[in-house]
Design a protein around this ligand. Structure first.
Ligand SMILES: *Cc1c(COP(=O)(O)O)cnc(C)c1O
Length: 380
């Protein structure tokens, strides 16, 4: 039996067609027709206006912060319950992350904790909002607060391409949005990222900075520090092929979530990761939490799955609990401040896990996974 993965790449053949085109025309370069077209297609798919294709989601967050003027000593608010890549670029710029807890309804940035963070730090340079596991954050509340304080939002939509909120794509609410095409994301280019914005000049500046910030002069002249962050034309070909199958991937991810939901409906101790009723999630990863006192732990389930060659994963460990970020200020949903307090993020981390969410899972694979989870509760 083949290993069952958490979320592995699913290729269709169209990717190779665009890659072949790049080879046939010798556009094996960090610029070229696939890059330009992939940007246009992403701008169109998300409805955001403009897009810049970059080497990774992390690079897109880094350039996004630079474009928002984040510098040494600035404060940037960021969701604590996320992957470290949401937070690292703040430190690249020697700015100071202030970590914001999740709320339990969507597992995303808590508007209550955000309000309290603004009381102590009235002038952050930016707020990074993550749409965790594809579930849209409470953008109405978050945007109201950020607009009132006139602070721009950078949306880390790395996990939520295809998710919508009030029918509008996540990643297009903030001044800047970021998507990732890493290997396990809903669509992949093997590695890559995209920055989107309604501001054409901002996106154009991202293209300049990502190609070493060369001035418009015939000789090599530089007035700013640049980066080598552009997406290659070969990689963009993979992305164009994948984007053709985006809605299909989303539908399959949703089906997996619904299969798990139905299969665990009779187990009181299991909750699925939450959806946002104001939105439509891409269901990138299906997750569960186990009620305290159920006698079953996430590690027990992960071990039982691994014994059958099935991959699963812990919930992201919150940034305020990470050794490297522990010294930064943290605002919890329930009112506490500092790294030692009870937090919603820590509770989700302690009680949760990500189930295999690979769209190549067959119904038979799903039955196998489900029966292993159920057997931990003594159920068939
Ligand atoms: C994957 C991911 C990123 C980073 O994207 P890369 O393309 O891997 O650099 C950033 N934030 C979140 C929440 C992610 O899941």
């Amino acid at each position: 039996m083949a290993r069952i993965y958490l979320s592995s790449p699913t290729m269709h053949g169209d990717e190779q067609r665009f890659v072949k085109e790049a080879f046939d025309t010798n556009w094996v370069a960090p610029l070229g027709p696939n890059v330009n077209t992939f940007e246009q297609e992403m701008a169109q798919y998300t409805g955001c206006g403009y897009a810049a294709a970059l080497s990774s989601g992390t690079a897109a967050i880094h350039l996004g912060l630079k474009l928002l003027g984040v510098e040494q000593g600035d404060v940037v608010f960021v969701s604590s319950l996320t992957f470290s890549a949401s937070c690292n670029p703040i430190v690249y710029e020697k700015a100071t992350p202030v970590l914001i807890d999740s709320e339990p309804d969507t597992w995303n940035l808590s508007p209550q904790a955000l309000e309290r963070a603004f009381e102590k730090y009235p002038h952050p340079k930016a707020v990074i909002v993550v749409h965790l596991y594809g579930t849209p954050a409470k953008m109405d509340e978050i945007m109201e607060i950020c607009n009132r304080h006139q602070v721009p939002i950078l949306e880390d939509a790395a996990e939520s391409l295809g998710s919508t909120y009030h029918g509008i794509a996540t990643g297009t609410f903030g001044r800047i949005g970021v998507y990732s095409f890493n290997g396990n994301k809903i669509i992949t280019t093997s590695g890559g990222g995209m920055m989107v914005s309604k501001d054409a000049a901002l996106v154009q500046e991202a293209r300049v900075l990502s190609t070493q910030a060369r001035d418009a002069a015939r000789h090599y002249q530089h007035s700013k520090i640049g980066y080598n962050y552009r997406m290659s034309n070969v990689v963009a070909g993979i992305g164009r092929g994948q984007l053709l199958h985006m809605e299909e991937h989303k539908a399959l991810k949703k089906k997996l979530y619904q299969q798990y939901h139905a299969a665990f409906a009779d187990i009181e101790a299991i909750d699925m990761n939450p959806m946002n009723p104001a939105g439509d999630a891409n269901n990138w990863l299906s997750c569960i939490t186990l009620k305290a006192g159920s006698g079953v732990t996430p590690i027990q389930i992960m071990d039982a799955l691994e014994a059958e060659d099935i991959e699963s994963r812990p919930i992201w460990k919150p940034m305020h609990l990470q050794p490297v970020f522990a010294s930064y200020d943290f605002f919890s949903h329930n009112g506490g401040q500092g790294s030692g307090v009870d937090s919603v993020g820590e509770d989700i981390f302690n009680r949760g896990l990500c189930l295999p969410s690979d769209i190549k899972n067959t119904d038979q694979d799903m039955e196998k996974i489900i029966s292993i989870v159920r057997s931990q509760f003594g159920l068939s």
